[in-house]
Write a new protein. Structure first.
Length: 124
């Protein structure tokens, strides 16, 4: 399983103090079938804990996910700021899922090199 975050998600996570370990835990839960919301088309929503607190008042992440292969953290928001994403946003995430999940090794390497995505370094 390879786990990535987009440039914009990285900025969100850095600003909010969300560590890569928390992202890894979210994917571990998804891999075990504990997905908070399956939004279809390779898009899932997982809760992330606020640093030093729990998940209930924390953050929500939109992840492009294919079990056993790839996961891309693409969007994050605080539960206190909004309840969910809009229908048009979900459509856009599903289109993005087709693109990201269709990437081969060379595509992924090019995206890492140009800074579009960053691979999460974990010991799993």
């Amino acid at each position: 399983m390879r786990i990535f975050k987009t440039k914009s998600f990285s900025r969100f996570a850095d600003r909010e103090g969300i560590e890569d370990d928390e992202l890894y835990r979210a994917i571990t839960r998804a891999e075990a079938g504990r997905i908070d919301a399956d939004m279809g088309g390779g898009v899932i929503k997982q809760r992330l804990a606020r640093p030093g607190q729990g998940k209930s008042g924390g953050y929500r992440s939109i992840i492009i996910f294919r079990r056993g292969t790839k996961a891309f953290f693409v969007y994050g928001f605080a539960k206190s700021e909004r309840d969910n994403i809009r229908t048009d946003e979900l459509k856009a995430f599903r289109k993005l899922a087709d693109q990201l999940l269709g990437m081969n090794g060379a595509d992924i390497l090019a995206a890492i090199k140009n800074g579009t995505i960053k691979e999460i370094d974990y010991h799993g």
